[in-house]
Ligand binder design. Structure first.
Ligand code: ATP
Ligand code: MG
Length: 577
C-alpha cells in the first residue's frame, strides 16, 4: 500500500467528544468516524485491524473444533417468546416490525436462533458434541453508548455455542474455549487475565470473563498472586472480618442524635469508627410476580454488592427504595432507619453482621440511634449472606494472602448455560439407550471491535498507538525523508517490493510532505516498524529502523534490512502458535 492511495485522514487536534485514549487515537489516526451515537464507520486501517483480530479468533475457534456458521441478524420475535426473553430482555433490544406488523429484533445475541437450528438438525448423541460459531455484528441499544468502540450499539462479536450430551461434556467444551480464548488474546499480543464472573442464577463456577488489563478499564478485578484466585469484584467472595471478638454485649441504649444521618456524621458524633456502625438500606426488588421491599444490613465501612444481592433474592431488578417509601414503612427518614423492630419486612444481613456484638444502628425514629445493638439478640438473623463488595485491600478468600485490585476491559466472556435454552425451546437428542435427553449448552463471546479498543488502551504513548505486530494494520512503514529525491525513492521502492515478497506487510509513504509530518502520522497510526531513508545513512549504504513498541533505533545495511524485518515480524506472528 502507498500512503497517497490510502484513506487515513489523520487529525492533529484531539476531538472533544472522545473521553478515553483509544477513542481519541482511533479518531485522530483516521481509523473510525462516528455515524451516530454508538455506531461507527470503520475506515481502511481499522477494517484491517478488525479483520486480523477476527482471523486470529477464527483460527483458534477452528483449532478447538468450532464450525463457522452465518446466523441472521434479523430475528423473529416468536423464537424469543419461546425462550421467554422477548418480555424480559428490556430496552437494550432493538425491535422492529415488518409490513405485516410482525415483530422482529436485531440480534443482541444468538442463543434462540442457534437453539432453533440445533433442535431441528441434531437428533442423536452421535452428532454431539457440536461447537458452532459466527463473527458478526451485534445490536444492543445500550443505555450509555460511550468510549468509542468500547460500548457501542452496533459492534462486532464472535459468538460460539457449545452443545453437549451432559454436564461432563459441557465441562470439556468449556475448558476448550477457556484455552482457545487464552491463546487468541495471547496471540493478539495483549496482557489479559481470566477471572471468575457473575453467572446470575446459575451460580458456581459457571462463568469467566477475559479482561485486558488497563487503567481505563470499566471493570474492577481482584487477583491473588499466591493461589491464582481471580474474580470480577461483582463476583469476588468476601471473607468476613472478625472485629469484636471477646467483646461482651451491652444493654441496648437509645441515644439522641439530632440531625446525625450519615455514617460519617454518626461516627464523629459518637466518637466511634465506621466499623462499629451497621447501616440499613432498603431496596425495592422486582420479581416476575410482585415487588417487595427488602432491608439489607451491612457494616458502616462496607459497600453493598448489588449483583450478589440480586442473585441471592433471585429477582429481576433492584432499586434503592425512595425516601417516601422508607418513611412510610419505618416511620423514620433514611438516616435513622435500622433493623430493630422492623415488622413484615424481609431482612438480609451481610456475613459480618452476626460477628458483631455491639453495634450502632438507626432507631427507626428521626434523630435517634441505638448503641450496643447485639445482632441476633436485638434483631433477627434469619438470612445471612455474603452481600458486600470486596475492598481494595483485603485477604484472599482462599489462601489469606493479600488480594490485588486492578482495572480491566472485558473482551471475552464464557458461560455455562446448562439446559436453560434447550428446555425452554425443546432441544433434545436420543442417547445410546434411545432415551430422550436435553442438550447441555454453553455460550462464549469475544468482542472483536472492543478488543481493538482495548489493545490501544494497553499500548500507546504520547505520540500515538503502538500496535502489537499480530494486529497492526501494516507491519512496516517506509518513510523516505524526501520522496522527490531519486536515490531515496529508488531505495524505498526496492525495500517496499522486497518486503512484500517475503510476506511483510509494508506501506510506503510516497507523499511529498515534510519528513516531520510523515513521522508524526507513522507514530500516531502506530505501525510497529518504521524504515527511514535519509541522505546521511544512505551515504553509508544504510537505512534507519525504529521499533515503535520498544523505541529502539537500528542502522542496517540496505541489503540486510528486508531479511532482518522479516525475521522480526515472523517471529512475533508465529511465536505463539
Ligand atoms: P458488558 O458487561 O460490558 O455490557 P456483556 O456482559 O453485556 O458486556 P456479553 O453479552 O457477554 O457482554 O458479550 C460478549 C462480549 O461482547 C463482551 O465480553 C464484550 O467484549 C463484547 N461487548 C458486549 N457489549 C458490547 C458493546 N456494547 N460494545 C462493544 N462490545 C461489546
Ligand atoms: Mg452488556
Amino acid at each position: 500500500m502507498r500512503v497517497t492511495q490510502l484513506l487515513a485522514p489523520t487529525l492533529r487536534e484531539v476531538p472533544a467528544e472522545a473521553e478515553v485514549i483509544s477513542h481519541r487515537l482511533m479518531l485522530r489516526a483516521g481509523m473510525i468516524r462516528k455515524t451516530t451515537s454508538g455506531v461507527y464507520t470503520y475506515l481502511p486501517l481499522a477494517q484491517r485491524i478488525l479483520q486480523k483480530i477476527a482471523a486470529i479468533v477464527r483460527e483458534e475457534m477452528n483449532r478447538a473444533g468450532g464450525l463457522e456458521v452465518g446466523l441472521p441478524i434479523m430475528q423473529p420475535a416468536e423464537l424469543w417468546q419461546e425462550s421467554g426473553r422477548w418480555a424480559v430482555y428490556g430496552d437494550e433490544m432493538f425491535r422492529l416490525q415488518d409490513r405485516h406488523q410482525r415483530d422482529f429484533c436485531l440480534g443482541p445475541t444468538h442463543e434462540e436462533i442457534i437453539t432453533d437450528l440445533v433442535r431441528n438438525e441434531v437428533h442423536s448423541y452421535k452428532q454431539l458434541p457440536l461447537l458452532l460459531y459466527q463473527i458478526q455484528n451485534k445490536y444492543r441499544d445500550e443505555r450509555r453508548p460511550r468510549f468509542g468502540l468500547m460500548r457501542c450499539r452496533e459492534f462486532i462479536m464472535k459468538d460460539l455455542y457449545s452443545f453437549d450430551r451432559d454436564e461432563a461434556g459441557l465441562e470439556v467444551s468449556y475448558q476448550k474455549m477457556y484455552n482457545a480464548y487464552s491463546q487468541a488474546f495471547q496471540r493478539c499480543g495483549l496482557q489479559f487475565r481470566a477471572v471468575e464472573a457473575d453467572s446470575g442464577a446459575i451460580g458456581g463456577n459457571a462463568s469467566h470473563e477475559f479482561m485486558v488489563l488497563a487503567g481505563s478499564g470499566e471493570a474492577l478485578v481482584v487477583h491473588c498472586d499466591q493461589c491464582g484466585y481471580a474474580a470480577n469484584v461483582e463476583k469476588a467472595e468476601a471473607s468476613p472480618e472478625l472485629l469484636q471478638e471477646g467483646l461482651e454485649p451491652g444493654a441496648l441504649q437509645r441515644v439522641h442524635t439530632p440531625g446525625v444521618c450519615t455514617v460519617v456524621e454518626v461516627t464523629t458524633f459518637l466518637g466511634i469508627s465506621a466499623q462499629e456502625v451497621l447501616k440499613t438500606l432498603f431496596y425495592e426488588a422486582e420479581f416476575t410476580t410482585h415487588r417487595e421491599l427488602i432491608a439489607v444490613v451491612i457494616r458502616g465501612d462496607r459497600n453493598i454488592n448489588e449483583t450478589k444481592l440480586l442473585n441471592r433474592l433471585g429477582c429481576l431488578r433492584l432499586e434503592l427504595a425512595s425516601d417516601t417509601l422508607i418513611k412510610k414503612t419505618t416511620g423514620a427518614s433514611p438516616g435513622f432507619v435500622g433493623p430493630i423492630g422492623l415488622k413484615g419486612i424481609r431482612i438480609l444481613v451481610d456475613t459480618e453482621v452476626p460477628l458483631m456484638v455491639q453495634a450502632v444502628v438507626g432507631a427507626n425514629q428521626d434523630d435517634y440511634h441505638y448503641r450496643y445493638a447485639d445482632p441476633g439478640r436485638d434483631f433477627p438473623l434469619d438470612e445471612v449472606a455474603d452481600l458486600r463488595m470486596v475492598e481494595a485491600v483485603e485477604p484472599c478468600p482462599h489462601c489469606g494472602n493479600s488480594l490485588v485490585q486492578s482495572h480491566g476491559i472485558e473482551v471475552g466472556h464464557i458461560f455455562k448455560l446448562g439446559t436453560k435454552y434447550s428446555s425452554a425451546m425443546g432441544a433434545r437428542f436420543l442417547d445410546e439407550k434411545g432415551q430422550e435427553q436435553l442438550i447441555v449448552m454453553g455460550c462464549y463471546g469475544i468482542g472483536v471491535s472492543r478488543t481493538m479498543a482495548a489493545a490501544i488502551e494497553q499500548n500507546y504513548d504520547a505520540n500515538g498507538i503502538k500496535w502489537p505486530v499480530a494486529i497492526a494494520p501494516y507491519h512496516v512503514i517506509i518513510v523516505p525523508v524526501s520522496f522527490q529525491d531519486e536515490q531515496q525513492r529508488t531505495v524505498a521502492e526496492k525495500l517496499y517490493n522486497g518486503l512484500l515478497k517475503v510476506g511483510v506487510e509494508a506501506i510506503l509513504d510516497d507523499r511529498l510532505d515534510r519528513a516531520g509530518v510523515k513521522f508524526k502520522d507513522a507514530d500516531l497510526i502506530g505501525y510497529p516498524y518504521r524504515i527511514t531513508i535519509g541522505p546521511k545513512a544512505l551515504k553509508d549504504g544504510e537505512v534507519e529502523v525504529r521499533c515503535r513498541i520498544t523505541g529502539e533505533d537500528f542502522r542496517l545495511k540496505i541489503e540486510e534490512v528486508v531479511q532482518w524485518l522479516a525475521d522480526q515480524v515472523h517471529s512475533q506472528l508465529h511465536g505463539f502458535v
